[in-house]
Design a protein around this ligand. Structure first.
Ligand SMILES: [Zn+2]
Length: 52
C-alpha cells in the first residue's frame, strides 16, 4: 500500500519513521519540508518539525 506523503502525516511520526535526521551531524535535512538547518536547533526553523 503506497500512500502519498500528504498533509495528514504527523510530522513527529514522520521524523521518527524516516530516520533521516542524524543529530550527530552539524546539519540535517528536514524530512517534511526539505529545509537544511543546524541540528542544534532541535526543530526545523521552516516547518517546526521537532527532533530528538
Ligand atoms: Zn521542516
Amino acid at each position: 500500500m503506497h500512500e502519498h506523503w500528504g498533509s495528514n502525516i504527523d510530522p513527529d511520526a514522520l521524523a521518527r519513521a524516516s530516520g533521516a535526521i542524524n543529530l550527530d551531524a552539524d546539519e540535517a535535512t528536514c524530512p517534511a519540508c526539505g529545509a537544511v538547518f543546524k541540528t542544534t536547533a532541535r526543530r526545523c526553523p521552516d516547518c517546526g518539525l521537532r527532533f530528538g
